[in-house]
Design a binder for this molecule. Structure first.
Ligand SMILES: C[S@@+](CC[C@H](N)C(=O)[O-])C[C@H]1O[C@@H](n2cnc3c(N)ncnc32)[C@H](O)[C@@H]1O
Length: 208
């Protein structure tokens, strides 16, 4: 009996999400490119974010910044489905060869920007209508830089901020701050497709 072949991609929300078994991803791996801050796969919180945006298409989305983008799927979804100009930000330059492979599979491009959350300035953030992020609060010490990033994004006039998370503890530190300081909404969200099941929460700030 032949062994079951590993799945090479998930079709989700109209987009192709390759797994690490996909030939395009394996090609990057063979170049010895190793993301080192957990940007080593597509994380499922991005499905919460894409599904939410699919059900609630944003008004302001010409210029979108995807922070802690990893392989970049949420921003790639915005480029493909909202025709947004997307800047994909990550502290780890090694995520970008993977992001490029995922973007190419989906027929779009995004602009890469290597930066830590804490380095994104008011004037940089002011160029964007919408800030998105998925699963960027995975260590306790990330709660403060992420909270301050949100503060700067609000001050810079970013109209919509949407952060998806599998409900890790540091995310709730950020959420409590954003509810208190910016009237953020915390929304429980789950998705289930043929091959993907995810649940978590979305932090939404409307800054119109
Ligand atoms: C868990 S992954 C999520 C990746 C992607 N958003 C997704 O949903 O597939 C977290 C990402 O945040 C990036 N990251 C971690 N700390 C960061 C920081 N201080 N500034 C910018 N990016 C950071 C990591 O390199 C990694 O790509």
């Amino acid at each position: 009996m032949s062994a079951k072949k590993p799945r090479i991609a998930h079709a989700f929300a109209g987009i192709t999400m390759p797994t690490s078994s996909h030939p395009a991803i394996r090609r990057v791996k063979r170049r010895d490119v190793h993301p080192s801050i957990h940007g080593n796969k597509l994380w499922k919180s991005s499905c919460l974010l894409m599904n939410y945006l699919q059900q609630h298409p944003p008004q302001h989305c010409n210029a979108v910044i995807d922070v802690g983008c990893g392989w970049g799927i949420s921003g790639i979804w915005c480029a493909q489905n909202l025709q947004a100009d997307v800047t994909s930000v990550d502290a780890d330059p090694n995520v970008y060869p993977y992001l490029d492979a995922v973007a190419q599979l989906n027929g779009v491009t995004t602009t890469p920007l290597v930066s830590k959350f804490e380095q994104l300035s008011l004037s940089q953030l002011a160029k964007f209508d919408m800030l998105i992020a998925a699963d960027i609060c995975f260590w306790d010490e990330l709660a403060e830089p992420v909270s301050k990033l949100v503060d700067r994004a609000v001050e810079a006039g970013v109209k919509r901020i949407l952060i998806a998370d599998p409900q890790r503890a540091p995310f709730f530190v950020v959420a409590d701050h954003c509810v208190e300081a910016h009237g953020a909404e915390l929304i429980d969200w789950q998705v289930e497709s043929d091959t993907i099941k995810a649940q978590g929460a979305l932090l939404l700030i409307e800054n119109d």
